[in-house]
Write a protein that binds this ligand. Structure first.
Ligand code: SF4
Length: 379
């Protein structure tokens, strides 16, 4: 089993999903090599071990003793009026995570989580406030995609999940090795064969890791959560800015473009009176000038805290200002607002309703992410 971080219950079952055929073959020394390839394919198709009917009963029974196919189970699905669906998943250790399935004209996007909780402590994100619980193992990131693809009627060849965004719970570049292995497996020809160009990874701006990622040769779209063009303000919203200031992040974003040829996306959540001023538009334009990039504007959702959502007109005015300054930008629609689309809200509510506490029991408040109603894109 992989030495990558991410925990499974001690003495509990281990996941087969995402293991290379050679790794599966090593677990089954007395089976022919093609059996390992079959098992790998079954796992990506969303089969559980009992559903791998071309395997002998005795082999299935032996596998069932120690393994599961997918360590991620769909616990509940919450459809939204806008067509998106919020998925609540349970993990082998009882922890809960969330994903959002969003249908588009061009395909269907799934937003996945990469950690339970987060150590970045962004002011608008309750997950940050409660800290990191643990990294997700690559099979747990992959498991979200496989589970939703199967639940939505997709297969390996005709995928229901065509696009993936790593914008759920967690900072993907803080769980670097598992996320890289996830990217390799989800895009593998004998995996789900999702093109790297259809995958976006969102970061709070870990500049060193952004450069390392650029050097890795992958062609994934990089999104950087900026949220303010001024260091003082951004540091209040995102403490990570004290380590990697805006100039350092922009430098890393330019490097990412230089190495990959992929334009960088900047996520910018508009907060009334905080970061939607003409001065902010001008500073944002000066930062993003000179290299291919795009700014996604997202209006903050109604919140129970002090930060206010700008009106639609105010957002349009900000967009017009940016456009006049030569910035490529759009206002992005938020999905699933009626089903607690912001990451962590649903999980938090379900845990509260179940009255559970403690991480190992799927409880605790560590993953109280994006402040209630807020719609920040996860870094
Ligand atoms: S917004 Fe992203 S980086 Fe910030 S605390 Fe939340 S999950 Fe972590």
């Amino acid at each position: 089993m992989s030495a990558l971080s991410g925990t499974f219950p001690a003495g509990g079952k281990r996941p087969l999903l995402g293991l290379a055929a050679s790794e599966i073959a090593a677990l089954l020394p007395s089976s022919p090599a093609y059996t390992a390839r079959q098992i790998r394919a079954f796992c990506f198709a969303g089969k559980d071990i009992d559903g791998m009917t071309s395997l002998s009963k005795s082999l299935r029974a032996a596998l069932n003793e120690e393994y599961v196919a997918n360590p991620v189970s769909v616990m509940r699905v919450y459809p939204s009026r806008d067509g998106s669906k919020k998925y609540l998943f349970s993990l082998l250790d009882g922890n809960l995570i969330e994903g959002v399935f969003m249908p588009h004209d061009y395909g269907n996007t799934l937003c996945v989580s990469t950690q339970i909780g987060c150590r970045m402590h962004c002011a608008f994100c309750a997950s940050g406030a409660d800290g990191l619980v643990r990294d997700l193992h690559f099979s747990e990131i992959l498991g979200q995609v496989v589970a939703v693809n199967a639940a939505e009627g997709g297969s390996v060849k005709e995928r229901a999940v065509t696009n993936i965004v790593l914008m759920g719970s967690g900072e993907p570049l803080d769980n670097y090795d598992n996320v890289m292995r996830f990217l390799d497996e989800v895009s593998a020809k004998d995996g789900l064969a999702v093109s790297e160009r259809n995958i976006s990874l969102s970061t709070s701006g870990l500049a060193d890791r952004m450069k390392r990622f650029a050097d890795s040769g992958r062609k994934v779209t990089l999104s950087v959560s900026l949220h303010s063009p001024f260091d003082e303000e951004r540091s209040k919203l995102m403490p990570v800015n004290r380590k990697y200031d805006i100039a350092t992040i922009i430098d890393a974003a330019k490097y990412y473009f230089k190495r990959t040829g992929r334009r960088v996306i900047f996520e910018y959540t508009l907060i009334a009176g905080v970061n939607d001023t003409p001065a902010c538009a001008e500073k944002l334009a000066s930062l993003t000038r000179g290299f291919p990039s795009h700014v996604n504007l997202i209006r903050l959702n109604p919140t129970d805290a002090s930060l206010r959502r700008p009106t639609e007109d105010a957002a349009k005015t900000f967009l017009t200002r940016l456009s006049a300054l030569g910035v490529s930008a759009t206002i992005r629609h938020s999905f699933g607002e009626d089903v607690e689309g912001a990451c962590g809200q649903l999980r938090r509510r379900v845990i509260a309703e179940s009255g559970k506490g403690g991480d190992g029991e799927g409880g605790g408040t560590h993953e109280e992410r994006k402040r209630k109603g807020s719609k920040f894109t996860t870094a």
